[in-house]
Design a protein around this ligand. Structure first.
Ligand code: NOJ
Ligand code: CA
Length: 528
């Protein structure tokens, strides 16, 4: 599905704990997001994705939901969320909440019922084996419930898996997808979606969207069938609602009904070779390359000025995903997210300008992670609320040079997480005042995207120059020619295009059939 309003959408992801605190308790809140809508719009973003705001014990930063229909008190009241939707709409902006359909918190009322020995309405809401010892293949918890059974986990121990059934059940306790209990789980999640859509939310980013139905299902047909069913409900009752998946396989997710799917920073994906290729080459494994230890080895990222990258490593993965999804939905590039090391961890300001110039001129629907507009650092700090290595990417926004960098009027000790204490810690106010800052450069790039339809979600995309281990990378979007040379060396290639320069970082010239690019430069040319 490709909702019309996505055509010119640029998203801003907000980790609500760390965005803006309006009552001095040291934790960001919904009123803080509402207060900053004009700021976000001014930068050039016109849509939001907010990480979970629901009532939760916060053992996984809110991805452990205790009540899907209640705003966590620390963020405010439900009314504050409704007001945020209304204020966003007044400004022509859209708001996605985070839907966590695969699991709840172990403190959710459904789960407490499900744990009881006496059968009840929720007995099969979660995946239980009918004995109390071990199951192979899946993570599980044994010995914690009155009920004679063990339950499956989706992620952390606090996150029991909701029961959407097994694609091909192989054990007596595994239910099929169309078992009435599994259908009820599905309806319960639709009910949660309806609740928020009825109150003005514009759709959802969907957590672990590829992992509802369990069991052998290489093509994810079971889970896809559920999303198609959800989409049918949306088409009928909420025809403008948007679904963005955490799936990282656009050919699958877009056919299942998602409007957008993220390219994530998992090891060995094309995306990770652009900005964070230190991990791939260190052979680290794990979710989205978070590792708290110091970075060793070399950095092969395409956007590092050393120029050791290989654009083909990205394209060989991306082009296939793009070609096989563009008819159905969009690919979403991210600057980073709450699970990924900050892009600034290894890229300096100039490298970031070029990275953003590329990222926000690609097809699909891009996402900026809060704080990346000023190049906030990744901090080496202790874990909080299940963050572990991800915690360093979740620190409070740095708005200005005042108390707590303008994030909160509360005491420093009460802040959700410590802030960057470096003397040159970036902040929004200073960068807004500096025409050469990362903030202002990004603002210009976003303005360019909004002014040229060819640069937006549906504009066509072709590779013009992309050679193995070579710089630059040159591509076409509709009637525009764009190129990026992140390497600290000038470069030239044969090129017969001519036209009018719309935007440049550094200098590029076109004459005598040759395109000459400065070291660390970018251009966008309107072809004559
Ligand atoms: C993906 C989310 O982005 C992450 O933060 C969370 O820990 C897991 N899913 C589990 O919900
Ligand atoms: Ca607060």
């Amino acid at each position: 599905m490709k909702q019309k309003w996505l055509g010119d959408a640029v998203f801003y992801e907000i980790y609500p704990q760390s965005f803006f605190d309006t009552n001095g308790d040291g934790i960001g809140d919904l009123d803080g997001i509402t207060a900053k809508l004009d700021y976000i719009k001014d930068l050039g973003c016109n849509a939001l994705w907010i990480n979970p705001i629901y009532d939760s014990p916060f053992k996984d930063a809110g991805y452990d939901v205790r009540d899907y229909k209640k705003v966590a008190p620390r963020y405010g009241l439900n009314q504050d969320a409704y007001r945020l939707f209304g204020e966003a709409h007044k400004r022509g902006m859209h708001v996605l909440l985070d839907l966590v359909p695969g699991h709840t918190s172990e403190e959710h009322a459904w789960f407490k019922e499900s744990q009881k020995a006496s059968p009840n309405e929720y007995s099969d809401r979660y995946v239980w084996a009918d004995h109390c010892f071990r199951i192979d293949q899946y993570p599980y918890v044994a010995g914690e419930s009155e009920r004679d059974g063990i339950y499956m986990l989706n992620f952390f121990k606090c996150q029991p898996a909701l029961n959407y059934g097994f694609y091909r059940p192989t054990e007596r306790w595994q239910k099929s997808m169309d078992d009435p209990a599994c259908l009820k789980t599905r309806e319960a999640m639709k009910d949660v979606m309806r609740f928020w859509l009825d109150r003005g939310c514009d759709g959802f980013r969907v957590d672990m969207a590829d992992y509802l139905v369990k069991g052998e299902d290489e093509k994810k047909e079971g889970t896809s069938a559920i999303w198609k069913d959800v989409r049918a409900m949306l088409d009928q009752d909420y025809p403008e609602a948007v679904l963005v998946s955490e799936w990282s396989n656009p050919p699958f997710s877009t056919k299942a009904g998602f409007d957008c799917d993220f390219l994530l920073n998992n090891p060995h994906t094309g995306y990770s070779t652009l900005f964070r290729d230190y991990v791939n080459h260190e052979q680290l494994s794990g979710s989205q390359n978070i590792n708290n230890s110091s970075l060793g080895g070399e950095d092969y990222s395409f956007f590092r000025k050393e120029g050791k990258g290989n654009i083909q490593a990205f394209l060989s993965d991306y082009l296939d995903k793009y070609e096989n999804s563009k008819e159905y939905g969009y690919i979403s590039f991210i600057t980073g997210n709450h699970d990924t090391p900050r892009i600034r961890r290894t890229l300096d300001t100039h490298e970031l300008k070029l990275a953003y110039a590329f990222l926000f001129t690609m097809p699909g629907v891009p996402f900026l992670y809060y704080g990346d507009e000023i190049g906030m650092r990744y901090l080496n700090i202790p874990t909080k609320e299940g963050g572990y290595g991800r915690t360093g990417s979740r620190t409070p926004m740095q708005w200005n040079q005042e108390k707590n960098m303008g994030f909160s009027t509360g005491c420093k000790e009460d802040l959700y997480l410590p802030q960057d204490s470096a003397p040159d810690a970036p902040d929004v106010a200073s960068q807004m005042a500096d025409p050469n800052s990362l903030w202002n450069t990004l603002k210009e790039i976003l303005a360019l995207r909004h002014s040229e339809k060819d640069l937006q979600a549906d504009g066509s995309f072709q590779v013009v120059y992309a050679e193995e281990n070579q710089y630059p990378f040159v591509y076409r979007r509709g009637n525009l020619l764009l190129g990026v040379n992140p390497k600290a060396e000038k470069t030239s290639i044969p090129c017969n295009y001519l036209g009018e320069m719309l935007y440049q970082i550094g200098e590029t010239t076109l004459s005598d059939g040759t395109l000459r690019m400065d070291a660390q430069s970018f251009f966008c040319l309107k072809i004559q």
